[in-house]
Design a protein around this ligand. Structure first.
Ligand SMILES: Cc1cc2nc3c(=O)[nH]c(=O)nc-3n(C[C@H](O)[C@H](O)[C@H](O)COP(=O)(O)OP(=O)(O)OC[C@H]3O[C@@H](n4cnc5c(N)ncnc54)[C@H](O)[C@@H]3O)c2cc1C
Length: 508
């Protein structure tokens, strides 16, 4: 960035959308730069339900084309990042024959749309089959269920893998460096001002084309060129509660297609914990750390109590995390009916904004926006190659390897752990992470803060907020050793992480 020169394309925002676009652009041979003002996936992209799916509820809304596209993308992601996507069985509990017939036929359609993709078909289950698949399910008024299979992934890790893939393809990605100002330059192109949030250093960057992929912040970035645009985005908040695995000891997840207010509820085993979600609450205030509302918390706890054999209470919640959906729309109605499709918009200054969509469809969105960039650059001969582009770490046979999610890096991380004194020390008795993973994250994964390590390189904050607070001093010390930081830095990092982690805890 300091060397100057003109980038073909500069992408603002390091979530699913921006990182996907950066991979696409770099792999077409464009000189590509991505800037993220915080950390990769700090925004919505680390706070999803972690499903690579078509979205059964969109089928109910008649959005068949969108579901088919997402199912196609699910399969491409399974092929290109098999180390990150696993299959998970979901059970829809049914109280009577009418529900079995209704959900059974709906899921048959989902099957047909996904046919030929190596995913087991949906099945009608008798009551006993449901209980043997998931003993944590409340069978009090249950007659049986319908089961189907979908994809599950670790969202923050996939984001990091996209950043690593972009670099492998010749692109440049920078975290902790935010864009502050944009202006059109002649004859075409843009000047971008950016600020390194660690050092305060300011950068002036020239690019032939700039893409705004900042999710719920897209409207704010669209005003940076001085224009007064009509807003594109409506934010909708979704929260998740994390419980100990004892609430759902089996492998199968529960999917409730219709709660009291028409929302879908998921109870999903996730890496030794249970994820409960989610909500769909329109919000006006756009924050990078949105807060769960009391209504949302009681909605999830109350509903989970109906479907789980052991009803959870607030005291059981290990962590609560909140994300904002960047939905497209300007109406005042409920956000649950707004489209999950993406839009691409061009401002008079030349800024191209892409927003909306889902994690599952990030690759397709990237293809569309980079097609637009190439057209602008007169480079339409540079075709998208990401349908068959293995992502960084691609590995098909990681099986039960301890560090299998690191893909082909798993040997190297074991070496780091072995080479470091106390590298295999557990950082907390309730979580699987060891000291060597912190070193690895600093040296190989661009982790710069304690939060980067505890929230996204590991998922400690999302699994168990108190345990992550307990780990913070040790993690800060380990990071300081590698980053040549001072005792003051350690104190500041621990204090700031503790303040953040308190927001992930439910207080009585
Ligand atoms: C509760 C919930 C559950 C969901 N579950 C699923 C699911 O299971 N499956 C699925 O497919 N999808 C799911 N989604 C949707 C999916 O998570 C989002 O569509 C996707 O993460 C949006 O990514 P994004 O890159 O557009 O936005 P973000 O991830 O928010 O990224 C935008 C980035 O831009 C950065 N930024 C902002 N301003 C600047 C600036 N000035 N300079 C530089 N950077 C800047 C931010 O820091 C942020 O990191 C869910 C969403 C929510 C809210």
């Amino acid at each position: 960035m300091r060397d100057g020169g003109v980038w073909d394309v500069m992408i603002i925002g390091g979530g699913a959308t921006g990182l996907g676009a950066a991979v696409d652009a770099a792999s077409r041979g464009l000189r590509t730069l991505l800037l993220e003002r915080d950390d990769f996936a700090k925004g919505t992209s680390s706070r999803s339900t972690k499903l690579v799916h078509g979205g059964i509820r969109y089928l109910k809304q008649g959005r068949v084309k969108m579901v088919m596209k997402a199912l196609e993308e699910r399969d491409l992601l399974r092929m290109n990042a098999p180390h990150l996507v696993a299959l998970r069985e979901f059970i829809v509990p049914c109280r009577n024959m009418a529900e079995m017939a209704f959900y059974g036929s709906g899921l048959k359609v989902y099957n047909i749309l996904a046919s030929g993709r190596g995913i087991p078909p949906s099945r009608i289950l008798r009551r006993n089959d449901v209980i043997s698949a998931q003993e944590g399910i409340n069978d009090a008024s249950m007659m049986g269920g319908v089961s189907y299979v979908d994809g599950q992934f670790d969202d923050a890790r996939l984001a990091l893998v996209l950043a690593q893939t972009c670099v492998r393809e010749g692109g440049t990605v920078v975290n902790h460096c935010g864009v502050t100002h944009l202006s059109a330059t002649s004859p075409s192109g843009m000047n971008v001002r950016a600020r390194d949030t660690e050092s305060g250093e300011e950068f002036s960057i020239n690019a032939r084309c700039v893409v705004n992929a900042t999710g719920v912040f897209a409207d704010a970035v669209r005003t940076m060129d001085g224009s007064n645009n009509k807003s594109l985005i409506r934010a909708s908040q979704g929260i998740h509660l994390v419980l100990p695995s004892a609430f759902l000891p089996g492998d199968a997840a529960i999917m409730v297609p219709r709660t009291d207010d028409g929302r879908v509820l998921f109870c999903i085993p996730w890496k030794g914990h249970v994820l409960l979600g989610t909500t769909d609450t329109p919000v006006e205030r756009i924050e990078s750390e949105p807060k769960a509302l009391e209504d949302e918390i009681s909605f999830l706890i109350g509903h989970a109590g109906r479907y789980l054999r052991r009803a959870p209470t607030r005291a059981d919640v290990l962590s609560v995390f909140v994300g904002l959906r960047p939905l497209i729309g300007s109406s005042d109605g409920p956000t649950k009916s707004l489209s999950r499709e993406h839009v691409i918009h061009e401002s008079a200054s030349g800024l191209i904004t892409i927003a909306g969509g889902k994690w599952t469809t990030y690759r397709h969105m990237a293809e569309k926006v980079v097609d637009r960039v190439c057209k602008r650059l007169g480079a339409s001969d540079k075709k998208c190659v990401t349908r068959n582009l293995p992502l960084y770490g691609h590995m098909t046979d990681q099986g039960t390897l301890r560090f299998g999610e690191y893909g082909t890096d798993h040997h190297a991380i074991v070496n780091t752990i072995d080479d470091e004194p106390n590298g295999s020390d557990r950082l907390h008795p309730d979580l699987p992470y060891v000291a060597g993973q912190v070193t690895w994250a600093v040296e190989n994964e661009m982790a710069r803060t304690v939060e980067d390590v505890l929230a996204r390189r590991t998922r400690a904050l999302f699994f168990n907020a108190q345990a992550s607070k307990d780990m913070a001093p040790r993690v800060a010390q380990l990071m300081a050793d590698h980053l040549n930081q001072t005792a003051d830095w350690i104190d500041r990092e621990v204090a700031s992480f503790n303040t953040l982690a308190s927001q992930y805890q439910l207080h009585a």
